[in-house]
Every structure is written in structure tokens, then in C-alpha cells.
Ligand binder design. Structure first.
Ligand code: ADP
Ligand code: MG
Length: 482
């Protein structure tokens, strides 16, 4: 047994999601991304004397949406608090956040295990707060530049229980969170641009131990994959350190994505005392049961529900996963299966032909021109047996991609792609195929029945792919056995 097998990792994540509201959390300043630095900054954002914050209703709505999707308890009386600290990108000298009264508590996110079962990652709390500005260290060689456009942009912080046991589970949990905020349309979920950020709390303990080990907190991972890498590195580092007889100290560490390692940013002895106190300038926000019910009625279908629906309809776990990866794809699929009963074929068209067309052209499903209704018609048309699947893929689908507004059956008819099931014409092809290989006929009659494929192929060639495979199959057999 290696040293690593003796230990178990314990991980809890703190995820910040930037809410996609038009204006900031406590002022009407715009949240638009990518505009000139320090232009979305009013005296309220700067906390100048005499200014008063006002809470943005959309922030409450978005937090409630997330809470409902995570099956959290949603608090009625929501107070705000000031978290005080000094930093150049925090103009007010404090952050408005929630301390003892987070808007959501409890709830969970489900992740899928390798064996197909689900694991609950419990949520401790989700609270609302505001972002700080941005310190930019890499533009000017001598000075740090400050952009306050982000100061006051609303965030929710989602704190998980220490239920995660590996980097891979953290990866899955974050992927689910990202999917969820995107389905709910409350955050764009972009980790590279920082609209979704994650701090990972990591500790290890001997397997079977009751108590948690000392944890470190790792920051600065700009992708979900890097969160996994950082955690895996940190687990290994902590185990090796303990095995050497060292003591883990409760540090805040940073991930170096190039080296794949973590290094100490600050130790807990230097921890801030934030002197939380109730925000005197904001009234508590009351979230009534009626309000919660109203928000609930506007919730979209959620990825996990759709996933379960698709598996129940007979799709594979894999297909259900691909289809629910993005909301747009799932909704497109919903629209196809509203029009055809052949769910499996619909899923195939979407996950294979359509997806590879989108990939090849770097298109998003929202840019896809063929309507779900037309795809449903194509599925049903193939099921009538009038065209082969091959013709549909090789001829009809490309014709539809070319932007015609004709139905698949119209396209097939106009181009003469309707399948040959008329036995007179087929009989002729079958005769020719048999005449071509007299010795194979003998072999077939002597029991080499897998030669059927050869004759079938020949008929397909002669009919230019238009022979109905079912009818042809019967005909070839009948004539060979005569
Ligand atoms: P803080 O605010 O100081 O970061 P919290 O108590 O809010 O501390 O915990 C933050 C995160 O750390 C939570 O996600 C929690 O699950 C996780 N956590 C707490 N204890 C441990 C531990 N021993 N090992 C790993 N994660 C932990
Ligand atoms: Mg923390």
C-alpha cells in the first residue's frame, strides 16, 4: 500500500458567481464588461460621504432562483453586513455582504459517480455580496493599476459542506454549478474571465479518522480543470508533508497553473479580523413566500430533471449527458421530441450529425438554421422507409443545411432519392448481382450465409444506394435459396 492510499481527502468549495444583472448590486452603475476602465463608477460605488446604497431587486431574484434550484431554504428576513478590510481596489474600505443571515441555507448539488449512482454535495449557504474592483499588475511595469468598474458588481457565494473527496468530484461539482447558473441565466459561468471563481479548502486525514485534518485554502484557478489539478497537487503535498512528520498549517495558497503547484500566499496568523457589523444604510430585504412562489413559476427545466427524463425515455447516460450539457441544446432537443416519437433517432441526429456539423463550423446551436420541426420530419420520414438512413445523412441533411425551406420528403422526391422498394426494378438488380458471382452462389448454398452481405452491397451499388435494405434482403435470400 502506498502512502497515498492511507489517507482520505476532505474538500469544501467556496464558489463566487458574478450575477448577470444590468446594474450593480447597490447602485444603478452599469455592469457592462470590457468598457473603458473606471467609467462605470459613481460616488455610490466609491462610497463617498452622503451617498446611500440601494439594493438591486434582480440580485434577490437571481439568488432565489439558485436557491430553489439547489433545494435550499430561503430566508425571509435578509440583512446585510459590512465586512471591513483595507485594499486599494475596495474604495469603500468594506464590502457589503451577508454574514449571519445568508439568503439560502442548506440544499445540495448532485454529481454523477462512475458507477452511475448520484452523490449529494450539500450546500452550507448561499449569500449575496458585492465584488471588489480589479488590481492589474501586468500592464504597467512599475505600478499596479486599478479598475473600479467591477466594484459593486453583484455576486453570490456558494459555500459547500466538506463533502467532496477528490479533485475529480470537485470537477464534477463545479461543472454542475456552472451548468445550473447557465440554465438559470443568472451568470455566464465563464471561469476564464472570472465570472465564476472558486476557492478550494483542502485537508487530508487517515482513512477511518473521525476528525478533519487542518485545511489549506487554494485560490487563483482560472478553469474547472485547474481546480481539479490544484486539489490533486494539494492532497499529494499534504500527505507527503504529514508522512515527513511535518504539521499542516492553515495557509491560504495560490495555484501556479504552469508549474502545477501551490505556494503560500499568507498564513492564518495574518488573517484579517473583518469586524463584521450590520450594514446601517440598507434595510433588510423581505423575501415572502408569495415572492418565492412567483420566482419558482418562472424556473426553466433544470439539467438534472431533463437528464432523468431522457434516461427514462430510453436514452443512454452518455446521450442524456451530452444533450443536457447546454440549455440551448436541451431545449432544441425538447422541441424535436415534441414533434416526433422516435426519441432515440432524434437524439442520434442531434448528438452525432448536428453536433459534428456545429463543431466543424465552430457554430453554436443558436446559430443552427434547420428548425427542430424539420429534424423531427426527417426522423419520421426515415421511419416510413421511403429513404435509407444513409441517403438521409449523405444527401437530404446536407441539402437541408444549404438553407432550403423544403421538407425532407419534398427534397427527396425532387431529387429522386426515394428508396427503391418496387420489386420489379429490384428483382432486376438482384438478378444481375447473382449473375456476377456464380461461385459465391455455390458457396452460399453450401452454408456460407454471411456472403449475403456481398450480394446486398452489389444491389446497393447498382441501385445507387436507393434499394430498400429490408426488401432487398428478403429478395436476395429468396433468389439465392431457389
Ligand atoms: P472561512 O470563511 O474561514 O473560509 P468556512 O467555515 O466558511 O471558513 O469554510 C469554508 C469552506 O471550507 C467550506 O466550504 C467548508 O466546507 C470547508 N471546510 C471546512 N473545514 C474543512 C476541512 N477541515 N477540510 C476541508 N474543507 C473544509
Ligand atoms: Mg474561506
Amino acid at each position: 500500500m502506498s502512502i497515498y492510499d492511507k489517507y482520505e481527502a476532505v474538500i469544501g468549495l467556496e464558489v463566487h458567481a458574478q450575477l448577470a444583472t444590468k446594474s450593480k448590486a447597490y447602485s444603478s452603475d452599469s455592469t457592462e464588461y470590457g468598457v473603458l476602465p473606471n467609467t462605470n463608477v459613481s460616488p455610490i460605488t466609491l462610497g463617498h460621504p452622503g451617498t446611500l446604497p440601494k439594493s438591486n431587486k434582480k440580485v434577490i431574484e437571481y439568488a432565489v432562483r439558485l436557491g430553489l434550484a439547489c433545494k435550499s431554504n430561503i430566508r425571509e428576513v435578509n440583512e446585510y453586513a459590512r465586512k471591513n478590510y483595507f485594499y486599494a481596489d475596495l474604495p469603500k474600505g468594506y464590502q457589503i455582504t451577508q454574514d449571519k443571515t445568508p439568503i439560502c441555507s442548506g440544499g445540495y448539488v448532485l454529481i454523477k459517480q462512475a458507477d452511475g449512482s448520484e452523490k449529494k454535495i450539500n450546500i452550507t449557504r448561499i449569500h449575496m455580496e458585492e465584488d471588489a474592483g480589479k488590481s492589474i499588475h501586468d500592464i504597467d511595469p512599475f505600478d499596479t493599476l486599478i479598475d473600479l468598474n467591477r466594484a459593486g458588481v453583484p455576486l453570490v457565494e456558494i459555500v459547500s459542506e466538506p463533502d467532496i473527496r477528490s479533485g475529480e468530484e470537485a470537477y464534477k461539482y463545479l461543472t454542475e454549478i456552472r451548468k445550473l447558473v447557465r440554465y438559470l441565466e443568472i451568470c455566464d459561468g465563464n471561469m476564464e474571465e472570472g465570472s465564476l471563481r472558486c476557492d478550494a479548502n483542502v485537508s487530508v486525514r487517515l482513512k477511518g479518522a473521525k476528525e478533519f485534518g487542518k485545511r489549506t485554502e487554494v485560490k487563483n484557478m482560472n478553469s474547472i480543470r485547474n481546480v481539479q489539478r490544484a486539489i490533486e497537487y494539494e492532497i499529494k503535498r499534504q500527505i507527503e508533508s504529514i508522512e515527513k512528520g511535518e504539521i499542516i498549517t492553515q495557509d491560504t495558497r495560490s495555484f501556479d497553473a504552469v508549474a502545477g503547484t501551490t505556494f503560500v500566499l499568507r498564513s492564518k496568523e495574518m488573517a484579517n479580523d473583518y469586524r463584521y457589523f450590520p450594514e446601517p444604510d440598507l434595510q433588510p430585504v423581505i423575501v415572502s413566500q408569495e415572492y418565492i412562489a412567483k420566482v419558482k413559476s418562472t424556473l426553466p427545466p433544470l439539467p438534472n430533471e431533463l437528464y432523468k427524463k431522457y434516461v427514462a425515455l430510453g436514452l443512454s447516460d452518455y446521450d442524456a449527458g451530452v444533450l443536457t450539457d447546454s440549455k440551448e441544446l436541451a431545449l432544441y432537443f425538447e422541441d424535436i421530441i415534441a414533434k416526433t416519437k422516435n426519441t432515440k433517432a432524434a437524439a442520434n441526429w442531434l448528438t452525432v450529425q448536428i453536433k459534428s456539423y456545429l463543431n466543424d463550423n465552430a457554430f453554436h446551436i443558436s446559430e443552427f438554421k434547420i428548425t427542430p420541426e424539420r429534424i423531427a420530419q426527417l426522423v419520421d420520414f426515415i421511419d416510413t422507409g421511403k429513404v435509407s438512413h444513409t441517403i438521409a445523412i449523405q444527401k437530404i441533411f446536407p441539402a437541408m443545411l444549404d438553407g432550403t425551406d423544403k421538407s425532407p420528403s419534398q427534397i427527396a422526391e425532387e431529387n429522386g432519392w426515394i428508396q427503391e422498394s418496387n420489386s420489379d426494378a429490384l428483382t432486376e438488380y438482384v438478378k444481375q448481382a447473382i449473375a456476377k458471382y456464380p461461385d459465391k452462389v455455390v458457396e452460399y448454398k453450401n452454408g456460407k450465409t454471411n456472403l449475403l452481405g456481398l450480394f446486398m452491397g452489389e444491389v446497393m451499388k447498382l441501385s445507387k444506394g436507393k434499394a430498400d435494405p429490408k426488401v432487398t434482403n428478403e429478395l436476395v435470400k429468396k433468389m439465392l435459396e431457389n
